[in-house]
Design a protein around this ligand. Structure first.
Ligand SMILES: NC(=O)c1ccc[n+]([C@@H]2O[C@H](COP(=O)([O-])OP(=O)(O)OC[C@H]3O[C@@H](n4cnc5c(N)ncnc54)[C@H](O)[C@@H]3O)[C@@H](O)[C@H]2O)c1
Length: 268
């Protein structure tokens, strides 16, 4: 692979949730690789602050629960930059106040389920639908952020994990419908990633469990996910479409009980 293949020189990218932990890192990395980014977020003040730091960046208001706002995000980006090459659907409903409500299905409220689906799945579908005519014109691509929880069962976050699993299928559907038009569509599945918000909110004993279950010596950082996204969005990934790139330090790749096996056999 030539060194130039990962360049994003001249590319125009929308990053939804671009003011957040992973999205912000991705905005910085894509800018450093030559892209101009539209930082789209419900937290417009944070989006504007980051855009002020990044050369050529644009802050765009976005509420993924509002169809008009999503279409306006794409319109504003294309009218500002003149084109669109990359749509990175990174935003998700991760409000800590709602976290206890996203539990198992027996105790799930319909309201919580609908809200998660509205932001994570319906909103992302509308973003793809609005962007696709522009991506056809530029032979661009989409990178959807999902989660290891889209691939593994858990006793909590039934709504979140179901929304992310559905996004994997939507990724394949778009890849299948738009591949011959030159549009690629892939997903990145982060495992537990140490954003500032997660460091603050995640209970330390459970973090220790996740560290033990991760094959790498340490948990992932937002920069690790940004690298995977920027790769999939680049020409280096030109022959990859309809795929899920798991970026989790090996969290989801091993047999059950590996920490116990490690304790039994000892470290090599
Ligand atoms: N951090 C992790 O451990 C982890 C693990 C797996 C997957 N992910 C995924 O990575 C992505 C980024 O997560 P993060 O950890 O950086 O979270 P984050 O909370 O730091 O960022 C999410 C961003 O989305 C924005 N957002 C929320 N609701 C919105 C809406 N209705 N409209 C527009 N923007 C909205 C928030 O304002 C925020 O800036 C998410 O899709 C998340 O599901 C994260």
């Amino acid at each position: 692979m030539s060194g130039d293949a990962i360049s994003l020189d001249g590319k125009i990218a929308i990053i939804t949730g671009g003011a957040g932990g992973i999205g912000g890192c991705t905005a910085r990395l894509m800018t450093s690789r030559g892209a101009k980014v539209a930082i789209a977020d419900i937290a417009l003040d944070r989006a504007q602050a980051l855009a002020g730091e990044l050369e050529g960046a644009l802050a765009v208001p976005l509420d993924l629960e509002d169809e008009t706002s999503i279409e306006a995000m794409v319109d504003a980006t294309v009218s500002h930059f003149g084109r669109l090459d990359i749509l990175h659907n990174n935003a998700a409903l991760l409000d800590p106040a709602l976290a206890p409500l996203d539990c198992d299905v027996e105790h799930m409220t319909t309201d919580l389920w609908d809200r998660v689906m509205a932001v994570n799945l319906r909103g992302t579908m509308i973003a793809c639908r609005s962007a696709l005519p522009h991506l056809r014109a530029s032979r661009g691509n989409i990178v959807n952020t999902v989660s290891n929880l889209a691939l593994q069962g858990h006793m909590i976050q039934a709504a979140y994990s179901s929304s992310k699993a559905a996004l994997i299928q939507m990724t394949r559907a778009i890849a299948a419908s738009h591949g011959k038009m030159g549009v690629r569509c892939n997903a990145v599945a982060p495992g537990m990633t140490l954003t500032p918000a997660l460091k603050e909110a995640f209970p330390p004993p459970l973090r220790a469990v996740m560290e033990e279950e991760t094959l790498n010596p340490q948990l992932g950082q937002p920069e690790d996910i940004a690298e995977a996204v920027a790769f999939l969005a680049s020409h280096a990934a030109r022959n990859i479409t309809g795929e899920v790139l798991v970026c989790d330090g090996g969290l989801a790749s091993h047999v059950p009980g590996l920490p116990q096996f490690r304790a039994f056999f000892g470290e090599h």
